[in-house]
Design a protein around this ligand. Structure first.
Ligand SMILES: O=C(O)C1=C[C@@H](OP(=O)(O)O)[C@@H](O)[C@H](O)C1
Ligand SMILES: C=C(OP(=O)(O)O)C(=O)O
Length: 448
């Protein structure tokens, strides 16, 4: 539940080489889905390696409020006794999803076809984000939503008592929207179909199949077509959550810009719907190797080795890659600042509706650090200053956004003068061990 407390400024100063291994926490997307699907299965799902960040903990509390039994056994081991598809109870209180778009949108989907009513809220960031992208398709099942102007939280959803299955083409590239519709489709009798023009992260499809749902994915002329049969009995699973490539991005990018660095980030999933940043960095000339490339649970996994890369060049990042690296643009813009030449990022308007307007937040902060940044509604560009050329010396606003706070902390590791953020507390939403992990590699981070 970030954003409810007192802001704590944080500063990052130029450091010596970053050296060592960085064991990043569990994947946030898979952690949310493990708890939600576990709550919709019949019996006990066992989860190890769960990300214990605020976003996921809020989802765990929400599943408890809907009637599942969510138990923390310590050491990242959790279990969920599910209530079955359609078995959610009506919560007594308001569901507070804190800072988490994934949490609130997936949970709305999961309860939308149950004959119950629930009210959702979040922190100031989440309460400013658009929810109509989810409540519009949920209305097709028969769900009613009553929120603030512009489809904002707090919002009450009245679940459909007699849900009808839906066919829906997602108008925005969003795994959250796709997943909300699929989760709602679980309790609608018949076939629910989602078509997405551009492929987004496919964890819901893979995990629904793992839990025993009848789900089919095909490539058609209109895009990726996902067909789900409603009313399955989901079977509880034993899940080992892989490490989060979006968190791995921070030690990887830090190593690329800090002189003399050599960092190993073991066991990172390279699912093609998530790995766009690493491909982009390699296209820029980063010294980034995939070591011990293997397959685990049907997905490519590697140990990432990142070394200081003073010869990186700015590139045009292909827009078709955007969905596979959507959360990584803020830290990419930091790396781009230390490259030579211009990095152009297009097809990225979704960045404007994340925890913050991420283009505006990064552009303001990088400009204050002496970097030339230009932007438009759906694009932005960063003028590289060369490996030692970024001045820094600014305090940047993190806007209740963990990725913005961590990106500026990475930036300060290589700038001529320290970089601060006005509030480092949002970092705990996705990467609660960030400060200690980066400190162990040699970063100089301090809180005021
Ligand atoms: O489905 C998910 O787990 C997520 C989807 C993405 O959001 P959108 O679906 O809004 O693109 C991403 O930004 C978020 O961090 C996690
Ligand atoms: C966009 C993000 O998360 P969410 O939408 O779940 O708040 C993120 O983690 O970068």
């Amino acid at each position: 539940m970030s954003g409810h407390g007192t802001p704590i400024p944080m500063t990052s100063s130029k450091c010596g080489p970053l050296i060592g291994e960085a064991h990043v926490p569990g994947d946030k997307s898979i952690s949310h889905r493990s708890l939600i699907l576990g709550a919709m299965a019949v019996g006990e799902t066992k989860i190890s390696g769960l990300l214990e960040g605020d976003d996921v903990l809020d989802t765990g509390r929400a599943m408890q409020a809907f009637g599942a039994d969510v138990i923390n056994h310590g050491g990242g081991n959790w279990s969920v006794h599910g209530v079955g598809v359609g078995g959610f109870m009506e919560p007594e209180g308001v569901i507070d999803c804190g800072n988490s778009g994934t949490g609130v949108r997936l949970i709305m989907g999961a309860m939308a076809t149950c004959d119950i009513t629930a009210t959702f809220t979040g922190d100031a960031s989440l309460n400013g984000r658009p929810m109509a992208r989810v409540t519009d398709p949920l209305a097709l099942f028969g769900t009613q939503a009553y929120g603030r102007k512009g489809g904002r939280l707090p919002m009450t959803l009245v679940g459909a008592a007699t849900p009808i299955p839906v066919e829906y083409a997602t108008p925005v590239p969003s795994a959250q929207v796709k997943s909300a519709v699929l989760l709602a489709g679980l309790n609608a009798p018949g076939e629910t179909i989602v078509i997405e023009k551009e492929a987004t992260r496919d964890h819901s499809e893979r995990m629904l199949a793992g839990f025993g749902a009848d789900i089919k994915v095909e490539q058609t002329n209109e895009g990726r077509k996902i067909t789900l049969q409603g009313r399955p009995e989901l079977k509880p699973q034993t899940i080992q959550v892989p490490r989060d490539p979006s968190s791995a991005a921070f030690p990887v990018c830090a190593a690329l810009i800090v002189e003399g660095s050599d960092v190993l980030v073991p066991n990172i999933g390279l699912n093609p719907t998530r790995a766009g940043l690493f491909e982009t960095l390699r296209d820029m000339g980063a010294n980034l190797e995939y070591e011990n490339l293997r397959e685990e649970g049907g997905e490519p996994v590697a140990d990432l080795r990142a070394k200081y890369s003073p010869d990186m060049k700015g590139i045009d990042v292909p827009p078709h890659r955007a969905a596979s690296m959507i959360d990584e643009y803020p830290v990419l813009s930091v790396v781009a600042s230390f490259a030579t030449g211009t990095t152009m990022m297009t097809g990225v308007k979704e960045l404007r509706v994340k925890e913050s307007d991420r283009i505006a937040a990064m552009a303001d902060g990088l400009r204050a650090c002496g970097v030339t940044v230009e932007d438009g509604p759906d694009w932005w560009s960063v003028e590289g200053q060369g490996p030692q050329g970024v001045k820094g010396g600014a305090t940047c606003a993190s806007h209740l956004d963990h990725r913005i706070a961590m990106s500026f902390m990475v930036c300060g590791m290589a700038t001529q003068n320290p970089v601060s953020v006005d509030d480092g507390t949002p970092i705990t939403t996705s990467f609660p061990i960030f400060e200690g992990l980066m400190g162990d590699l040699g970063a100089k981070l301090s809180k005021e």
